[in-house]
Design a protein around this ligand. Structure first.
Ligand SMILES: Cc1ncc(COP(=O)(O)O)c(C=O)c1O
Length: 415
């Protein structure tokens, strides 16, 4: 599907009877932990999705960067269907023939010694935190139960109790305490605050190299290199959450590569499966992941053969289609076009690769609704930011069309 085909036909304000019925079921029978736009997607291909009424929309969120490879990528579909007919789940009580191949692919692509596969992103985050603590006790020599991990303010690493416990966002925490101790916050970009927060019991500094949910917040140039030096001086693990920023999204395979650093631990997820299946992993050295002994950690589905076959195919697409370079080139074009916008409601436009934010002086939701009515799906983050993250396979003509819609909605905004 392409923008050039019949996109002009879209003028979509009210859901049809079928869409309204499905929305009503979801509202009645599902917990209300999300506030989705009222578009009911039935199928998708590449950067385009189609709703139950046959209307097409360009996806400018890519399932929070899980479908960097585009929806229903045929190469991943092939791997998925072939594997589904062979074996899908063995548990790690036994070995399977796909896990070793994924581990080898991850090593060859990223250079890390080892990987530990999980399913959702937050499970890999929890795994990385457990590895850091155990490394702290067994390698660094921190006294039992005293390990501390430093995190950033405005972080987002998922939704388990431990992880929301070190969020600085009140809504993520309210009503869910008591929380896991052992976390300290520092502001992003403030290296002196990091230095001051480190104690002899600090095992790790864990953060997103660009903060996604917070609104694509990019640290000042040089921050990652300074952080690396501080972590090395203090024997503190430098651990990055690249679940959203990784696998091409920012114009490099990993966002940390923009500053040429060598983190000790990197957590990946989302696009690791291209949207077919929840697959995540912790990448690290033998020294860090080697702390796990049989029985220390596990997951029934982690490293299952279906997940591994899908992840191998998804990684191959990232490489074969040079998605990082595509993201860099198209992202530069998108950023320069957005930076030319002039409007009293615009506060700031920023981005790295095809990961951009339009920060407004007004609530972003009505603009996302207006964009949806024009056939473009974006989602607000933190009330006043529109996050733009199309699949990285997007055609340049489709991107240009999307930017036209954004421009029209911002210029046409009436308070
Ligand atoms: C940086 C980051 N870490 C962790 C997560 C959690 O991933 P999941 O929703 O798969 O648990 C997300 C999800 O948006 C994320 O953006």
């Amino acid at each position: 599907m392409q923008a050039s085909e019949s996109i002009a036909q879209i003028v979509y304000k009210q859901p049809s009877t079928l869409a309204a019925e499905l929305i009503a079921y979801e509202e009645q029978y599902g917990a209300h932990n999300y506030h989705p736009l009222d578009v009911v997607i039935e199928r998708a291909a590449g950067a385009w999705v189609v709703d139950v009424d046959g209307r097409k929309y360009l996806d400018f969120l890519a399932a929070y960067s899980a479908v960097n490879q585009g929806h229903c990528h045929p190469a991943i579909l092939k791997a998925f269907t072939e594997q589904v007919h062979k074996v899908t789940l063995t548990s790690r009580a036994f070995r399977n023939d796909q896990l070793p191949l994924l581990l080898k692919d991850l090593h060859d692509l990223t250079g890390f010694d080892m990987a530990l596969p999980m399913n959702s992103g937050v499970e890999a985050v929890e795994t990385a935190l457990k590895a850091a603590r155990k490394w702290g006790y067994t390698v660094k020599g921190i006294p039992a139960d005293q390990a501390e991990i430093i995190v950033l303010s405005n972080n987002f690493h998922g939704r388990t109790i431990s992880v929301v416990g070190f969020s600085s966002e009140q809504q993520y925490r309210n009503g869910f305490g008591p929380f896991t101790p052992g976390f300290r916050h520092v502001p992003m970009g403030d290296v002196e605050a990091l230095r001051a927060a480190i104690t002899p019991n600090t095992c790790a500094f864990f953060f997103e190299p660009i903060q996604g949910e917070a609104g694509i917040l990019i640290p000042p140039a040089g921050y990652l290199q300074q952080v690396e030096a501080i972590c090395r001086e203090n024997n503190v693990l430098l651990m990055l959450d690249e679940i959203q920023s990784g696998l091409g999204r920012t114009g490099k395979l990993f966002a940390y590569q923009h500053e040429g650093i060598s983190p000790d631990v990197v957590v990946i997820g989302k696009a690791l499966s291209g949207g077919y299946y929840p697959v995540s992993a912790v990448l690290s050295s033998r020294e860090v992941l080697g702390v796990f002994a049989p029985g220390d950690h596990g997951s029934t589905f982690g490293g299952n053969p279906l997940a591994c076959a899908v992840a191998r195919a998804a990684l191959k697409v990232v490489v074969d289609e040079d998605l990082s370079a595509r993201s860099a080139t198209l992202g530069e074009y998108a950023l320069s076009r957005l930076q030319q916008l002039k409007s009293p409601i615009l506060k700031e436009v920023r981005g790295k690769g095809l990961w951009l934010a339009i920060e407004l002086h007004v609530p972003a939701r009505p603009l996302c609704e207006a964009l949806k009515d024009r056939g473009l799906l974006c989602k607000e983050t933190h009330d006043t930011v529109i996050r733009l993250a199309p699949p990285l396979i997007i055609e340049e003509a489709d991107l240009a069309w999307a930017l036209d819609q954004i421009e029209a909605v911002i210029q046409g905004y009436a308070a």
